[in-house]
Design a protein around this ligand. Sequence first.
Ligand SMILES: C[S@@+](CC[C@H](N)C(=O)[O-])C[C@H]1O[C@@H](n2cnc3c(N)ncnc32)[C@H](O)[C@@H]1O
Length: 239
Amino acid sequence: MIIVIKNRSSTHLGIRLKTIADMVDECEVLVDIGTDHGLLPIYLLEKKIIIKAIATDICISPLEQAKKNAKKKSLLNKMDFIVSDGLNKINKKFNYIVIAGLGTRTIVNILKNAKIKLNKDHKIIVQSNNGCYLVRKWGYLNGLIIEDEKMIKENKIYYEIIKFKFDDNKNKVLYSENDLIFGPILLKNKDLLLKERIEKEQEKLLDIIKKIPKNKTLETRNVTLKYDRNKEILDYLNL
Ligand SMILES: C[S@@+](CC[C@H](N)C(=O)[O-])C[C@H]1O[C@@H](n2cnc3c(N)ncnc32)[C@H](O)[C@@H]1O
């Protein structure tokens, strides 16, 4: 039997970017920070979810590729390509920001530097490559609330995606430490992938606990604390 594998187009979205795209509401202008090859804004423009896109990247070479991809789809007139560290060089109006595929500290720094340009008309979607606690905490301390959250698994890696909006202060939302660590909406929905991720982490932690020498009390305590916190959450998710 001959299996024909069709060439995926250079603008094909994987599960992670497609989930992010599905979380974007129809809007006028979206800024994609760290756009790389521009896959997300090109998809959103093609689907007419957004009217214009500002594709930014700290490096020029990915933006040049983004421009080529946009040209292939005849979308050059709907996109701006700006070399910028975060929102630093962006002075145009926008409604949405996406920051995806970066580390959590970089995302927090981008948000910190952009704070003066952000207000209640903006929504922000973030997807960090190494945990979301710091991003949720920054958002919580800076007047953002979590409108939606998703966890996905792509190539055996778990990714959390968070959509923030500004708190209108009508019903002040309070987040616990567990909400900030695991995600208030993922917890509320008893998300199955969250459960799977924690279960996998527990196996690793148990392994580490067994291997820590008896005299290393501080290490043992830190890992055990994490294990116990995970256990508490798993008990809740299994209810
Ligand atoms: C791994 S790619 C992610 C691409 C795409 N956003 C995604 O989620 O698939 C990260 C991109 O972010 C860019 N980048 C890193 N730090 C940045 C910053 N402070 N501001 C803007 N872009 C940045 C890198 O040059 C790179 O192209």
